[in-house]
Each structure stands twice: as structure tokens, then as C-alpha cells.
Design a protein around this ligand. Structure first.
Ligand SMILES: [Fe+2]
Length: 448
């Protein structure tokens, strides 16, 4: 995790055109400072994973509904393997490995660590059972408590940074537990609920869609250090934006229905070539989990089946659908740089973790409300590429982000399922353009 340093005295001439001074931002571009000691946050975050899994039976936790989605049980074990592999084995003297061959089962993609079960075969791992995974987690937690005591006593910065990485990694998997189990439960014709909720609420008035002006200029982008960020958010650097307008909120379900009703899924002229091929191949007619029966739309949610709410942000769309919708609307998607600048200039304060934390985790986007922050990740028009001067971290953890910088698109923001304290304005989420099972939506932009 090397923080990039940028000189503020960057030349104010690009291509002979005089430009306004670079926009320089303050501390809000970094993650919130940790509000609790590392050991306390470790316990809280690890317990949250178990709380998410506790809603599920051992049978639920076993299933893998597609190669991209992993069983809940696997997520619980893999996040423990991460701490065991990158913290306990190298840094806790005398650590006893829980099971020598678990690395074969629970290594995700780290070539430097060794061979592993193919991603698509994770659902075949009926053993170890859910109880043994719980014992594995408890074993790792006991050893991590000792390691964290040592870190605190020795002010061990490098180990503490690795613990931070392990905690943010676990938080990423907490969101994946929900996206993956939603896909699995939706595959059951009975559409069981992850968390039943019988509340029915009438559609509310949408906040008006307005346009935020981003003026032409040089802006600073990326993480500045001073708080946790993944290596792909570094180095902070300057970028030239040509000027644009960006929507104040994501696209609503009601607005997306107008695209469908206008033949959006039947008009190849709106689609990228690869996207249109997917429409034909997969028979896409609506976002994932939507169904139309006798002219009425319903959607599967983690609360079970529901009627569509027109005031919610549209969710479970691919990049291809986002781009087609934007073409239909006569707009485009923002670049990730435009998104970051808009969030910084108009987004207000990023919600503090305590404001974000609720008694029970949310499992569905809230209706759209006033304000920049909403409940779905937002596809940008930017390919997932290294920032200028990017360097992957040394060692096996260097495989965390850098090797995926091809064939994926960047999503910005956060979703309702993003854990408290995990997201930040510079966060770069990324998925392949056809992915629909994430909590992904659309924000529009246009040239100014
Ligand atoms: Fe992972």
C-alpha cells in the first residue's frame, strides 16, 4: 500500500491552453479515521460476518448457484484463511495452523500461495461442514487476539496495515455473502426470503433529477493516504476534465420502466455490440430478478417477491444495460474521475460509520431520497485501469487488485449492503461489464 505523493505545483498549461488552478481537496477524500481500536474493530467485523450467515441454514450456506457466486460457508472460511495466511503464519510465532490442507480449499486466487480448488467447484466442498468452519473461525480469532495484543504493544505498523487489509477484505466478502445468497435463493422456484418483511409502503415522490456542473479544469483524483485505501486507489494524481453535468441521483425504477416500455431491450442501436450479443444470448428483457406476469412487474428481493417500487433506484443492471439506458436517454455514464469530483464537490460529508450502522443489516435499496449518496453502486464509463504511477503491493497481497486490471469496468459509491466504514469517496469497485448480480445501478452524465 504505497501512498502516492503529488506535487501541488503542477504546470497549469496543457496543450497550450490556460487552465484554472488545480482543484485541491481536503481530508474528506480519505477514509474516516478508525473510530475504535483495531482489536475492537476486528471483533465487530468478524461478528458481523457470522450475523449475516446466522440467517441461513447449513444447506443454504452450501449452495453455489453460478461460478461467480460462492457459498456462504466458503466466504466464512476464505476470510479466515486470509488472516491465517497473511498474518498468523508469517507473524505469530508458534501459530498452529488449523488444517494444513485448507489453503487448497479456501485460497481464492493467490498464485503465489499455491494451488486451489477451481472457483466454479466451491459448491462441491460439502466437507468441512458449517460447524467445522465455525471452529476454524474461532481458532483464527483466538490467535488473532494474541497477534493484535502484540501489534498494540509493539506499535507494529506493517502488521497493523495487514490487519486493516484483512478487515476491509472481510467487509468486501460481507457484501458478497448477500449478493451471492440472493442469486442462490432466487434460483429456488419458491423464492424464499433471506429476511422476511411483510411491510408494504406506497411509492413516494421522487426527488427531482437535477444536474451538477463540473467545470473544465485539472483535478486531483485518488487516495491521499492518512487512512486505509486499497492499492488501486493510489497514487493520488492530477487529471484534466473537459467539463460535464452529472445527475444528482441515480436512475429510478420508474425511469427504467420507461426505457423498457420504449423497446429498450429490442433496439440494437442503443446497445454496445457485446451488450446486444448478451441480450440475445441470455434473453434479457429487464434487470436481473424482475419478472412480468399478466402485465404486472414483480421483483425478487432478499425480503422475498415484491411489486416493483418506481421510486427505488434501479438495481441489478449490467454495464451494458447502464450504457444502453444512457444512450436511450440521450446522455452518457460519468467517468470515474467525474464521479469522484462530483461526489467531492456536491456529496457533502461521507456518512460516519455510526450513522450507517443499523440494528439489522439492510437487504434492499431504500427509495431514492434527496442527496448524492444512494443505495446502489454506480457503473461508470471508465475501464478499470491502473492510475498513473500505480504499483502493486509487494508479495502475494500484490495480487489483490492489480492483476484484474483488464476487461472490467469501475463502479463508484457504495450500496446498502456495503458495511459501515468500508466505502470512501476514492473507492474503486470493479466488475465485468455483463455482471448483474451485484447491487449495481446507473447515474447519468452529459457533456457541458
Ligand atoms: Fe477474497
Amino acid at each position: 500500500m504505497a501512498a502516492g505523493q503529488l506535487e501541488r505545483g503542477f504546470a497549469q498549461q496543457v496543450g497550450g491552453i490556460a487552465l484554472p488552478p488545480a482543484h485541491v481537496t481536503g481530508s474528506e477524500s480519505v477514509a474516516e479515521p478508525p473510530s475504535a481500536p483495531l482489536s475492537e474493530r476486528y471483533r465487530t467485523i468478524r461478528a458481523h460476518t457470522e450475523a449475516l450467515a446466522a440467517m441461513l441454514s447449513p444447506e443454504d450456506q452450501q449452495v453455489q448457484s453460478m461460478p461467480d457466486a460462492s457459498p456462504t460457508k466458503w466466504h466464512r472460511a476464505h476470510t479466515s484463511w486470509f488472516f491465517e495466511t497473511f498474518l498468523l503464519r508469517p507473524h505469530l510465532p508458534g501459530y498452529r495452523v488449523f488444517h494444513e490442507r485448507f489453503s487448497l480449499l479456501f485460497n481464492s486466487y493467490y498464485e503465489a500461495v499455491g494451488t486451489r480448488v477451481a472457483r466454479a467447484s466451491r459448491g462441491l466442498l460439502t466437507r468441512p461442514g458449517a460447524d467445522e468452519i465455525a471452529a476454524y473461525r474461532a481458532h483464527v480469532d483466538t490467535a488473532m487476539a494474541e497477534l493484535l495484543r502484540q501489534c498494540a504493544a509493539e506499535a507494529a505498523e506493517q502488521r497493523s496495515e495487514l490487519v486493516e487489509l484483512g478487515l476491509h477484505h472481510e467487509q468486501q466478502h460481507q457484501e458478497l455473502i448477500l449478493t451471492d445468497i440472493k442469486h442462490a435463493l432466487a434460483a429456488n422456484p419458491l423464492h424464499p426470503a433471506y429476511r422476511p418483511d411483510t411491510a408494504t409502503v406506497a411509492d413516494a415522490a421522487l426527488p427531482p433529477l437535477q444536474w451538477l456542473e463540473i467545470s473544465r479544469g485539472i483535478y486531483e483524483i485518488g487516495a491521499a493516504g492518512g487512512g486505509f485505501a486499497f492499492d488501486n486507489e493510489f497514487p493520488r494524481h492530477q487529471t484534466l476534465l473537459p467539463g460535464c453535468r452529472i445527475a444528482t441521483r441515480p436512475v429510478s425504477v420508474g425511469e427504467y420502466l420507461a426505457f423498457i416500455d420504449d423497446g429498450g431491450y429490442r433496439r440494437p442501436e442503443l446497445w454496445l455490440s457485446d451488450g446486444w450479443a448478451k441480450v440475445l444470448e441470455e434473453g434479457w428483457q429487464a434487470p436481473l430478478y424482475w419478472e412480468r406476469e399478466s402485465g404486472a412487474w414483480t421483483c425478487y428481493t432478499l425480503h422475498g417477491d415484491r411489486s416493483l417500487r418506481r421510486d427505488e433506484p434501479v438495481c441489478h443492471v449490467s454495464y451494458y444495460e447502464a450504457a444502453a439506458y444512457a444512450a436511450w436517454a440521450g446522455k452518457r455514464l460519468p467517468t470515474e474521475q467525474e464521479w469522484e469530483v462530483a461526489r467531492r464537490e456536491y456529496g457533502g460529508r461521507w456518512p460516519a460509520p455510526e450513522q450507517w450502522r443499523e440494528a439489522q443489516p439492510r437487504v434492499h435499496p431504500r427509495p431514492l431520497a434527496a442527496g448524492f449518496h444512494q443505495d446502489v453502486w454506480e457503473w461508470t464509463g471508465s475501464a478499470y485501469l491502473p492510475y498513473p504511477g500505480y504499483r502493486a503491493a509487494a508479495g502475494a497481497v500484490g495480487e489483490y487488485n492489480g492483476k484484474f486490471m483488464v476487461n472490467q469496468m469501475v463502479l463508484r459509491g457504495r450500496s446498502f449492503a456495503t458495511p459501515a466504514g468500508h466505502a470512501r469517496p476514492t473507492y474503486r469497485n470493479f466488475f465485468p461489464p455483463a455482471a448483474r448480480w451485484q447491487f449495481s445501478g446507473i447515474r447519468l452524465a452529459e457533456d457541458s
